[in-house]
Design a protein around this ligand. Structure first.
Ligand code: SF4
Length: 347
């Protein structure tokens, strides 16, 4: 073991490993049940996926992104081959890894608006989306080492993890990689203070980092300005679901470029991170209870005839204050999302 690995080594005991595996299997079963419901009981499946799991996810990424990295069912799919010892364990070059990051960001911006026309209202389409992504995750795991191709590459949630997980406060073991094979540089799991700008080896890395930070608050804002529609029957309708998110992105870029003169890059990333997640809950929490801009969209339980609307105004300000405090003002953490395991001997 070299000096560096001695400092950063955090091996799981057999007992911890057993507990983490049990949690991973349990979360995977929950994921599979949601998928089953999306196909066979779509109304329930849509509630479980779009109105419970997804609304909880951004807050989880902010406070403890490492938990998600350890238990995400899609990661379990991607790493199945590696755990079974049947992965070809190829290494991606820096430039390939940058390209995967950019594809992930573009996929995020293309897929999320489609929720309005297809996924939010249709359990089967959502199930097909999850199955397709799951299949890609499994296939990448058969070829590439550990998390390089999916969890830290193509997964469209990964850019959001890097933007929101700036000041997570939990120090956890890495419950997947048993040894570190340096499959991705910098490793988002093992690098303290990782941001979307941390990988700046190539132009493509820089573009994906910029796109994610500078546009995301506007994208989130624009997404909530669009009502759900049942399917797409014309090109105009298709443009309609992308127009506001893309206009929001443009406005966000202008704001980023202006603020760039006044703030250091690290501060700017934190401001845009807090703005995006606050904007999400500003609109999403009222919508879950029937107080959204479009009162029939994304409702978990309709409490509009029961609760006064000012409660959600208070809630919106409270969540915004919380996320700005947590991301910008809370004492910065000194550790990575999960601890790096012992380095493997060079092969
Ligand atoms: S800890 Fe090492 S092996 Fe695991 S994803 Fe990071 S770089 Fe790859």
């Amino acid at each position: 073991m070299n000096k560096a690995s001695k400092k950063t080594a955090h091996q799981l005991s057999a007992r911890s490993l057993f507990i983490w595996r049990a949690i991973q299997i349990a979360v995977w079963i929950v994921g599979a049940s949601i998928l089953f419901n999306l196909i066979f009981f779509p109304k329930l499946g849509i509630h479980l996926f779009w109105n419970i799991l997804i609304p909880v996810a951004p807050a989880l990424l902010v406070v403890g992104v490492g938990i998600w990295r350890n238990v995400c069912p899609m990661a379990s799919n991607a790493l199945f081959a590696r755990h079974m010892g049947i992965s070809k364990r190829k290494k991606l070059s820096i430039s390939q890894s940058g390209k995967l990051n950019l594809i992930a960001v573009i996929a995020l911006f293309l897929i999320v608006p489609l929720r309005h026309a297809f996924f939010d209202l249709n359990g089967f389409y959502t199930a097909m989306l999850i199955l397709s992504l799951g299949l890609i995750a499994v296939v990448t795991g058969f070829f590439f080492e550990w998390k390089s191709a999916w969890c830290s590459g193509l997964c469209p949630v990964h850019p959001v993890e890097k933007l929101y997980g700036l000041n997570h406060q939990l120090s956890l073991p890495n419950a997947h990689c048993d040894r570190c094979h340096r499959c991705v540089t910098p490793c988002p799991d093992s690098t303290p203070g990782i941001t979307p700008f941390s990988s700046k080896k190539t132009k493509v890395h820089k573009v994906s980092g910029f796109l994610m930070v500078a546009t995301f608050p506007g994208f989130v804002w624009g997404w909530f300005q669009v009502p759900d529609v049942d399917g797409i029957s014309s090109f105009g309708q298709l443009l309609g679901i992308y127009k506001m998110p893309f206009l929001g992105m443009l406005a966000s870029i202008v704001l980023y470029l202006v603020l760039n003169y006044f703030f250091k890059k690290k501060e700017l990333v934190a401001i845009f991170s807090a703005s995006a997640v606050s904007c999400y809950y500003w609109y999403r929490l009222p919508a879950l209870f029937g107080f959204g801009l479009y009162p029939l969209d994304g409702v978990l339980v309709d409490l509009s005839g029961v609760l006064p609307s000012w409660i959600f105004t208070v809630l919106a300000y409270t969540t915004t204050l919380f996320f700005f405090w947590w991301i910008l003002f809370k004492k910065p953490n000194k550790f990575s999302w999960v601890n790096r395991p012992v380095f493997a001997e060079k092969e």
